[in-house]
Design a protein around this ligand. Structure first.
Ligand code: GKR
Ligand code: MG
Length: 430
């Protein structure tokens, strides 16, 4: 048995990094050449190190650094103490300044203090669970209740895309700006990773152009489940139109329109299953959305739902109400993918492949980046998350952060490099 003090926190390190990102297009603009992430390390008295990875934007980094300074002596086996500290830090306006009242916007639904707390808690909870599991010599999924599958399926996540960032050489993926380009991109992602379902990020071109791209994918990959996600770019009326055009072609339509009422309207009119990572992104939004039958698939994301255990709570809630659960993703590296895979391994009724941006990143901070076989990541039984930090790589990516003035992800600003008048469109755009 480990000593009772073995799981106590001796030291915490927070490392902001910048990672390269291709020019992926979305409703708001385009991914910047460099995007921030934060890596959290929690070292226990026994010398075990637990890892967490999350957003790197200033609002998160400020809170994460303030929390990190108060964690020494807490017990990784008692995340409740962590929650108290996160609450205290995030409730202190002096610590957070204007980060506490960011207006609702973006591609991940509402932004409020509760969601900030959930995100900050999640970054450390993953590291605590990783550390505690390493102390015990068990995988994280064992602490979450035990895996019910050996592999977790992910989908090919397609983006409309420029050939390269403005002023830079084309990248290896090339451009995808029409149905042929989208099909070619799908083929490249599937050839390399074996994905068995496909998601297209929409909201970039007018709905008919995106309908044409989905039809082209349907012809090129008959039988593969397809999804389209315009990030709420459409009115309810346009959502109904697209849902009717793509009936029988889509597995589900993701966030066709903004808000619970409009989503409910699209579903009621068409019967199309609707998924969301925008109109239900916190537990407080669940009752109304489920009562109005606005969503049929909730896309969980431990990074903002409040961690790995909260993800399981969400899955249980969805199960109770006959709503499916799957997983949302944002630009991320291997620590996040490991955490996503451990929690997905435990959810009993996961019937849709999870999203991941990971194939778009060509660098990582772990020594043995994951590979996808048949579109799936194998669930690790090694202690903790089963990944080890590549400290040289982490130092390189931190140096890049220190040498740069990029501190926040801003897709609209990146688009202004090409179109100086660009601003994220008012909704609905179509
Ligand atoms: O990476 O451009 C992107 C996505 O649009 C991302 O920011 C979204 O949060 O993938 C996400 C989604 O499913 O809405
Ligand atoms: Mg989405």
């Amino acid at each position: 048995m480990p000593q009772p003090t073995a799981s106590r926190v001796a030291d915490v390190r927070v490392t902001p990094i910048l990672i390269t990102d291709p020019p992926l297009l979305n409703l708001q603009g385009v991914h910047q050449p460099l995007t921030p992430r934060t890596v959290v390390e929690v070292r226990t008295a026994s010398g075990h190190v637990g890892l967490g990875e999350t957003y790197g934007d200033t609002e998160y980094l400020t809170a994460i650094e303030a929390v990190a300074a108060r964690l020494e002596g807490t017990d990784t086996a008692r995340p409740a103490d962590l929650r108290t500290i996160v609450d205290q830090v995030c409730d202190s306006a002096a610590t957070l300044g204007s980060a506490a009242d960011v207006p609702a916007s973006g591609l991940r639904g509402k932004r409020d203090l509760g969601k900030l707390k959930a995100s900050v808690f999640a970054a450390f909870e993953t590291a605590y669970l990783d550390a505690w599991a390493r102390v015990l010599g068990v995988p994280v999924h064992a602490l979450l209740g035990g895996r019910v599958r050996d592999r977790v399926d992910y989908s090919a996540y397609l983006f409309y895309k420029w050939a390269g960032h403005p002023g830079a050489e084309p990248d290896a993926w090339g451009a995808a700006l029409d149905p042929d380009g989208v099909v070619e991109q799908a083929r490249a992602l599937i050839d390399r990773n074996g994905f068995r379902s496909i998601k297209l990020k929409g909201g970039v071109f007018a709905p008919d152009a995106e309908i044409a791209a989905i039809r082209a994918l349907h012809r090129a990959f008959p039988g593969l489940p397809l999804r389209l996600d315009p990030n709420s770019a459409w009115s309810a009326e346009t959502g109904v139109y697209v849902a009717r055009e793509l009936a029988g072609v889509l597995e589900y339509l993701e966030d066709p329109t903004a808000g619970i009422d409009a989503m409910a309207e699209v579903h009621a009119a068409t019967g199309m299953p609707l998924a969301t990572n925008m109109c239900v992104t916190g537990f407080d939004e669940v009752p109304e959305a489920f009562a109005k039958r606005a969503v049929q698939v909730v896309l969980s994301d431990h990074h903002y739902w409040g961690g790995l255990r909260a993800t399981l709570d969400l899955a249980a809630l969805c199960r109770t109400h006959g709503v499916a659960v799957s997983m949302h993703s944002n630009t991320h590296l291997g620590i996040s993918l490991a955490a996503m895979t451990h929690v997905a391994a435990v959810v009993p009724d996961l019937h849709h492949a999870c999203d991941t941006h990971r194939p778009w990143q060509d660098e990582d901070v772990i020594t043995r980046p994951h590979t996808f076989h048949g579109g799936a990541v194998e669930v690790s039984d090694a202690p903790g998350l089963g990944v080890e930090l590549d400290r040289d790589r982490l130092a390189d990516l931190h140096r890049r952060w220190a040498d740069s003035d990029v501190r926040d992800r801003d897709d609209a600003a990146a688009m202004r490099a090409v179109d100086p008048d660009w601003h994220a469109p008012r909704l609905p755009r179509w």
